[in-house]
Write a protein that binds this ligand. Structure first.
Ligand SMILES: [Zn+2]
Length: 447
């Protein structure tokens, strides 16, 4: 209510409002709204998006997306059946690169970590937008990625997350080229590596490295949702902690410091500290000891015990606080286990950070988020705003406007062998992605 009130007041005091009619006026209006000082009402964003959709080249591109839906589905089938396990994305990346080149970009390359990047130049010096889908899946190399069909449902691991994103990005490029949509800003069409699991967003981290390509706005196309807009990152830290001791016979060498016992203490102290903290934390926060292992037999003092831990928070500081609780618990557990030993060398511990995804958010009233919402409404859907752990975490944490949106259609069972995709209103999702891109980089002229 407060927000709506503020918006109507700002609309009322606005002076000299110009309703843009021509194409050039549209470009100017879009560029001007990039400044947070010129806060606009929802109705104004809606008007801009309607004007964008009435632009002849944009209208032609939207039609093209519907007419070439078979091609989009063919891309989806082909790419889905090229395995892309974590850290093994090269083959799918090569296929994606070939498709970018075939459809047509000004230049295309593969960077040092395996991100595939195609540059489509704009006409002026507008901002640079990156449109990215992730090449990798969660599935190991031996997984059968053959598509099984049942009616209009396509079953295959990775088909929705995120092969659909890749197919959607290709469809957007194809439609923009076919309809000769000219943009002010450059668009980078990207298939990036390392989104899933231990990939730890390494592809996008590399894109946003110091000295990397200029990117002013970032869109990750991930999954299928045609109405969701993820503009907040969910931060996470992951660790593999290994307790190391001399190891020996459970009877003959009794009294050695025991890595498993130390680990047990560490888990206990971690939870003792984390539980009350999380209950009262200002941001939703979680922690999990997900895997434990080690030891060689029931009658041996282990020489090594290990555990893997995941912690997440909507807040940067709260995530750091839970992390500090873990580190303290580990130090205390090792010290205590070493104190009670009666023989042998003391335990040591390796704390290996295996995941680091920063948190943060782009304000819901940011023009980029609001344009995405207006596009969603213009296509007849109600936008929903959310928080998630996606490739956008990286730019969001750097205060670079970034959102994650779906590539259209229906999908279910991400990260499971029963994952499926159904092409229900798929083209609408593709149109939505394209319109969000165009609303941000500005359309300059018709063919
Ligand atoms: Zn994904």
């Amino acid at each position: 209510m407060i927000q709506i009130l503020r918006r109507s007041i700002s609309a009322a005091v606005r002076t000299g409002a110009v309703v843009p009619t021509g194409v050039m006026a549209l470009t100017v209006a879009l560029a001007a709204s990039a400044s947070p000082a010129s806060a606009q009402t929802q109705a104004e964003y809606d008007t801009q998006i309607r004007q964008l959709m009435n632009h002849p080249a944009v209208r032609a591109a939207m039609e093209h997306i519907e007419e070439t839906d078979d091609q989009t589905m063919a891309d989806l089938r082909e790419l889905t059946q090229i395995p892309a396990p974590p850290f093994m994305e090269e083959e799918r990346g090569r296929a994606f690169l070939a498709k970018l080149q075939e459809i047509g970009v000004d230049s295309a390359w593969v960077d040092e970590v395996g991100n595939v990047i195609g540059l489509r130049r704009g006409t002026g010096d507008g901002e640079v937008l990156a449109l990215a889908g992730h090449l990798d899946t969660v599935f190991p190399p031996e997984t059968d990625v053959t598509i099984r069909e049942s009616g209009d449902t396509l079953f295959a691991p990775g088909i929705a997350d995120d092969t659909r994103g890749l197919a959607t990005i290709l469809a957007v490029l194809r439609a923009m080229n076919e309809a000769n949509v000219r943009t002010d800003g450059d668009v980078l069409f990207i298939g990036n590596v390392g989104e899933e699991g231990l990939g730890d967003l390494r592809g996008v981290k590399h894109l946003f490295r110091e000295g990397g390509p200029r990117i002013d706005t970032f869109i990750s196309v991930d999954g299928t949702s045609s109405s969701g807009i993820t503009h907040m990152g969910l931060g996470s830290h992951r660790y593999r902690v290994t307790f190391i001791g001399p190891g020996g016979h459970s009877w003959g060498a009794f009294g050695l410091p025991n890595p498993a016992h130390a680990m047990g203490r560490a888990i206990r102290y971690f939870q003792d500290g984390a539980d009350p903290y999380v209950r009262n934390a200002p941001f939703r926060t979680s922690y999990n000891v997900g895997r434990i292992g080690g030891g060689t037999s029931v009658n041996s003092v282990p020489f090594e015990s290990w555990m893997e831990i995941d912690m997440r928070s909507e807040g940067v500081e709260t995530l750091n606080d839970v992390d500090a609780i873990l580190q303290g618990a580990i130090r205390r557990a090792v010290a205590e286990e070493n104190d009670i030993r009666t023989r042998g060398e003391p335990l040591t511990v390796d704390v290996d950070m295996i995941g680091d995804r920063p948190s943060g958010e782009i304000a819901e009233d940011h023009p980029f988020v609001q344009r995405a919402a207006a596009v969603t409404r213009a296509l007849g859907m109600e936008p929903s705003f959310g928080r998630s752990s996606t490739d956008s975490n990286i730019p969001i944490s750097m205060d670079i406007p970034a959102i994650t949106i779906g590539g259209g259609g229906q999908g279910f069972g991400a990260h499971s062998l029963d994952e499926w995709f159904r092409n229900e209103d798929g083209p609408t999702g593709v149109q939505r992605v394209m319109l969000v891109v165009l609303s941000q980089v500005g359309v300059t002229q018709a063919s």
